[in-house]
Design a binder for this molecule. Sequence first.
Ligand code: NAD
Ligand code: TDX
Length: 335
Amino acid sequence: MKILVTGGAGFIGSNFIRLVLNKHPDDEVVNFDKLTYAGNLDNLKDIEADPRYRFVHGDICDVEAVGNVMDGIEAIINFAAESHVDRSIGGAADFIQTDVYGTYVLLEAARRHEVGRYVQISTDEVYGSIRDGSFTEADRLQPSSPYSASKAGGDMQAMAYHATFRVPTIITRSSNNFGPYQYPEKIIPLFITNALENKKLPLYGDGANVRDWIYVTDNCEAIDLVLHRGKIGEIYNIGGGNERDNLSITRLILAALGKGEEMIERVPDRLGHDFRYSIDCSKVTELGWAPARSFEDGLRETIDWYVNNPWWWEKIKSGEFAQYYQQQYSNRSGS
Ligand code: NAD
Ligand code: TDX
């Protein structure tokens, strides 16, 4: 199969491309990525010479550029997005542009070129926060951040293109991913690398907010399964079944690195901070998927990866990220 992966230079997309090339010897992958601050070709260094892989620098909002890579494409997997909640609070325009309009451009390309499958990579955040119980795919969407509202807009376009034009869409909504190659603005890589640099770990609010964590390759396996065996027109929740509050994760990271709790700095809470995400994953489980990593093993492997690969994250943290973090941190400290 020849697959167009958009956003393949990011965290989950790069892990997905690696999985596809390893698992399916006959597959070819075109990685179409704008290389925003989060896109990084270092994520794919080990596979860039594979003859079944091709990188194309482009924006999913650019109709012509997308059209130019569609030749022979049998499936589109859309990972491309602005993905960080805090940045969406600082300004939502890029989120609406890429996550909604960009999705529309790809759906149009899928329609015109009659691709066999279109997989929209979405998030559990579209359901909003839930105090008790778990959301199923049939629950209504109640996004609370500009990021999750934009992702919900992309989902709605995918559903509409299936209903109206029979574009063969499938949506996956996963919980919080963690693992190698995650940009260090997200809590787990930020806290690991800050601890390694002897910098404080900025914990929002009281640290009681809960996320369900999934190791990135477990999500990639589920996406691969859904691509091949999922039912057209359906939505699949993909969660690790590892609900943890932020303070517990912070403590695990500090303990693993031999650091004390004085490294934690309580900072003002995120605006509109969702308290808890939880999804029911029966549908994808019935397809035959189960996560392979426990949270503890995945976290250990992730910490080891950041410890052993400073070449990857040190240049990120001294580049674009440094300015972003400075601004973010001074806003929160109120200074
Ligand atoms: P990421 O921010 O690491 O990577 C996003 C990638 O998309 C980057 O390579 C970037 O250059 C590219 N991109 C952004 N705008 C683009 C555009 N206009 N055209 C082409 N490429 C563009 O994100 P991630 O964490 O890998 O997330 C991938 C997808 O999974 C996103 O759609 C996100 O909403 C979703 N998701 C992420 C998580 C998570 O925990 N990280 C959880 C659930 C869902
Ligand atoms: O410095 C921090 N301190 C902190 O306490 C950061 C960056 C985060 N947090 C808290 C906020 C959240 O409760 O940690 C939790 C996780 O935050 P993020 O890593 O920013 O992830 P989240 O907001 O949950 O969203 C992530 O999961 C769902 C991804 O960024 C999304 O792309 C995905 O859809």
